[in-house]
Design a protein around this ligand. Sequence first.
Ligand code: NAP
Length: 253
Amino acid sequence: MTESHSRVAIVTGAGRGIGAAVARKLAADGFAVGLLDLDETGVTKGAEAIVAEGGKAIGVGLDVSKTDQVESAVAKVAEKLGPPTVLVNNAGITRDNLIFKMTDEDWDSVLSVHLRGSFLMTRAVQQHMTAQKWGRIVNLSSTSALGNRGQVNYSAAKAGMQGFTKTLAIELGRFGVTANAIAPGFIETDMTAATAERLGVPFEDFKKAAAAQIPVNRVGKPEDIANTVSFLVSEGAGFVSGQVIYVAGGPKD
Ligand code: NAP
């Protein structure tokens, strides 16, 4: 099929973990990729590695919760790589605590990165998608959206991502833009390593205990999420929109 739209993707939080794997996979799928992250050095190296393998990529430092930084990062990607038609809202943080110990800052920072960040990024990118009459938005939710002890802030943000996604699907569908959410279960990254550390459990033991509860009997890898993103942004996924796909090695409610 000949495509009339540009093949340019933006991945936030692409400095490491799931975002880095998604950026590599989309580059392998033939997208030029803008890797965005707080850590400019990390994404610059990630982009250089993609270019060394024959792909097209740039790294841009930003805080996704800051309007001016989001707008200038999206403009930079559009200028250097072309108008973005794929957006993966992946940047995320955790500030876990039981509600009686959770601070205002724990609450505000988590809601700000996940929800405000995804809103700002999507508002800035959708104009390129609607102009091209084609787009794919993938938002990172989590199984924690269903409730998770110590994560009242994070679970609220990740449940919010699901409502945000469904509304984007309704508003943008007429412009050829789909929006879907991926809700990962346990994925082996720095984020889950930090949770193990907070609980005082060696990461290997933490992973083993998690795997024992997962029907496929293993924890997830960043590539498990990258492969699902690859499908959702493909031409063939054009009739899949407003969905939440649990990628957790088994069913979730
Ligand atoms: P990670 O290893 O902690 O990576 C998160 C990335 O986001 C880091 O590179 C971080 O930058 C970046 N980031 C944080 N705040 C940012 C901001 N304000 N602006 C720009 N970039 C920012 O996390 P991960 O495990 O790969 O998780 C990726 C996404 O999947 C998150 O949305 C997470 O909630 C979701 N998720 C993960 C799991 C899991 O089991 N790992 C499960 C469900 C959902 P720095 O390196 O500079 O801090």
